[in-house]
Design a protein. Structure first.
Length: 92
């Protein structure tokens, strides 16, 4: 995803991640787009200071397939990494 696609997806309420589901792209109350690591709250800007270069490769950003647990952050990453849920118990 490029910068414009990421920003549009976040503004549309989609759950955008970088590298894995522990890193989520968020827009704060001042309008800044940030990448937040769910486990400890570590934060970096989505782009460099010029706003033209992503802090990460375009290929590493993606929209989450599942909306279940989108607001839970850390718990979602744990659920996504376990395969003990029967396939019929998914969202929907």
């Amino acid at each position: 995803m490029n910068i414009a696609e990421i920003m549009a997806a976040v503004e549309a309420g989609k759950c955008v991640h970088w590298a894995n589901e522990a890193y989520r792209v968020h827009r704060d109350s001042t309008g800044q787009f940030l990448i937040i690591f769910a486990q400890n709250g570590s934060t970096i800007g989505l782009t460099d200071r010029s706003g033209r270069r992503l802090n990460g490769a375009e290929a590493d950003f993606y929209v989450s397939k599942s909306r279940q647990g989108a607001a839970t952050g850390q718990g979602r990453a744990v659920r996504a990494s376990t395969l003990d849920t029967p396939s019929g118990d998914g969202p929907g």
